[in-house]
Design a protein around this ligand. Structure first.
Ligand SMILES: [Zn+2]
Length: 279
């Protein structure tokens, strides 16, 4: 389990070599927006939380819902300028239920779903970037976005992870959830509160969206991306998948997180422990 995580963490280094080796011409033609078939690729951008759902943990100084919306709106501008059709699950400080977010995403056929969150933990020192996916089809997009965001952020690289967050499991299009740093970490919270850093995050996510096919090609050329080396079932906590479905109760989520924590010696579990089911 841990071995797989550490392998994934090594991906950026391998990818940087492979991407360079690919050259620019083929990568550029593959990654040009919306060129598949007839209609342009739609990008459904999901700013986490909103309205009464502030995000993060109780007592957290920086409201996650504001940071996610700002990055989402910046991403929207960048992708629209690149020719993508962009759809926002929310474009203001409103609460949108998770099934509604999923329904919006699933109403587009030729589309990808990018869910933006920031992390939180009781331990102030916890920090870093992590990217989640669930379906196998979502892994190339997750790898590409993580490659750029983790590469461009001063935070540590917590890796690409598979987990059954509701919005990832219920979407029928490639779907990724990126945790853009910890708002409970003083350094990362300070970064997140600057417009220039949020712009940087949006630019890196946009680069991942644009480069998803070329990064996927690089992945496919490495043994790391084969079904044998990235088992989709073995390194996900399936208990958590079931428990996190269809409810937003922090208390019950914490309960499952505590259970997980007690059975895991990994420090990684603390990052997602106090959060709502969608991250
Ligand atoms: Zn969140």
């Amino acid at each position: 389990m841990r071995r797989n995580f550490s392998k994934l963490r090594l991906l950026p280094a391998a990818l940087s070599i492979a991407t360079v080796a690919c050259g620019t011409s083929s990568a550029a033609s593959r990654s040009s927006p919306g060129q598949s078939a007839s209609s342009p690729t739609a990008v459904v951008i999901d700013a986490g939380h909103g309205g009464f759902d502030r995000g993060g943990i109780p007592g957290q100084m920086v409201a996650e819902k504001e940071m996610t919306l700002d990055v989402a709106q910046r991403l929207k501008s960048l992708l629209a300028a690149s020719g993508y059709r962009v759809v926002m699950t929310r474009d203001s400080d409103v609460f949108v239920p998770l099934p509604t977010r999923v329904a919006i995403a699933n109403s587009y056929g030729n589309a990808i779903f990018v869910c933006i969150h920031f992390n939180s933990a009781k331990r102030m020192g916890a920090g870093g970037i992590e990217t989640y996916f669930y379906s196998r089809d979502s892994l190339p997009l997750a790898s590409a976005i993580h490659y750029y965001v983790a590469g461009g952020a001063p935070s540590s690289n917590r890796g690409v992870r598979r987990r059954g967050f509701y919005v990832l499991r219920k979407t029928t299009i490639p779907a990724v959830l990126v945790e853009c740093g910890f708002l409970t970490n003083p350094t990362e919270a300070a970064y997140a509160q600057t417009a220039s850093y949020r712009q940087k995050l949006a630019e890196e996510i946009a680069a991942g969206v644009r480069g998803r096919n070329s990064v996927a090609s690089a992945l496919n050329s490495t043994p790391l991306a084969t079904g044998e080396s990235i088992p989709l079932q073995s390194y996900i906590d399936q208990t958590k998948v079931t428990k996190s479905e269809g409810h937003r109760s922090k208390r019950s989520h914490k309960k499952s997180a505590r259970k997980k924590k007690s059975s895991s010696k990994s420090t990684e579990s603390e990052a997602s422990a106090p959060k709502t089911p969608e991250g």
